[in-house]
Design a protein around this ligand. Structure first.
Ligand code: ADP
Length: 229
């Protein structure tokens, strides 16, 4: 049995503004082990993105427990959360996409700008080779196609050597060839580096092409499965 890296227990998330309250998550339970590839699937509005945000310390549960590496980290200050994100997580999200006016190279360099120049250069060169974008390193991000942008975001996660990569609809805007390519990259990175992947998707084609576990969410609920991982 491998160690859970992240566990959510009876997590609730309520969004409130002046005149509306949304119970986005009502009772979410899950456990992800180190090195696993897990898909979160469910209809639009069921709470997939909110769950990913809580898992990756972009947002805080309103209630319930978030346990990270065995420690209760349900409520952290923004500074503590930012530190954990930086140290552990890579993001492949539409809304965290690349900065359009920077080159691919500069975008990948951003999360590792504190490392010395030589290490940065090695990591970026390797990551670009890995995703097949070496020839586009000096293109501005807005000049890339949707699939190339997704691959550049994956390169950014690889270069930062993130232990956990969270992806929100990584193949939402790409053709089926690019989807196959992204699936193969996920499998390779997971094999080589034991990176954990947590991926929200609607694509059965993506799910079926990667040996993985599926967690279903419906109307803000994931029942606790009781399964031993
Ligand atoms: P999914 O990713 O499965 O489409 P989300 O997690 O994005 O679902 O959203 C779950 C519910 O929470 C939806 O009803 C959505 O409208 C609502 N929601 C998400 N983010 C916010 C927010 N920042 N403020 C208010 N409501 C939100």
């Amino acid at each position: 049995m491998s160690t859970p890296i992240i566990q959510l227990e009876h997590v609730k998330k309520t969004y409130k503004d002046s005149n509306i309250t949304v119970n986005a998550l009502k009772d979410v339970n899950l456990s992800v082990s180190e090195g696993e590839i897990v898909f979160i699937m469910g209809p639009s509005g069921s709470g997939k993105s909110t769950t990913l945000h809580i898992i990756s310390f972009l947002d805080t549960p309103t209630d319930g427990k978030r346990i990270f590496m065995g420690k209760d980290m349900s409520r952290l200050s923004e500074k503590e959360a930012a530190q954990i994100r930086k140290q552990w997580f890579g993001f492949v999200f539409q809304e965290f996409n690349l900065l359009p006016e920077l080159t691919v190279w500069e975008n990948i360099a951003l999360p590792i700008r504190n490392l010395d120049k030589k290490t940065q250069k090695n990591r970026i060169t390797q990551a670009l080779e890995y995703v097949g974008l070496s020839d586009k390193a000096h293109r501005l991000a807005y000049q890339l196609s949707g699939g190339e942008r997704q691959r550049a975001s994956i390169a950014r996660a690889i270069a930062s050597q993130a232990r956990i990569v969270v992806m929100d609809e990584p193949t939402g805007n790409v053709d089926s060839e690019t989807e196959k390519y992204i699936a193969q990259m996920i499998i390779d990175i997971n094999n080589k580096m034991k990176t954990t992947f947590i991926i929200a998707t609607h694509s059965m084609r993506l799910v079926n092409s990667i040996p993985s576990r599926i967690i279903h969410i419906e109307d803000g609920r994931i029942p606790s499965s009781g399964a031993i991982l």
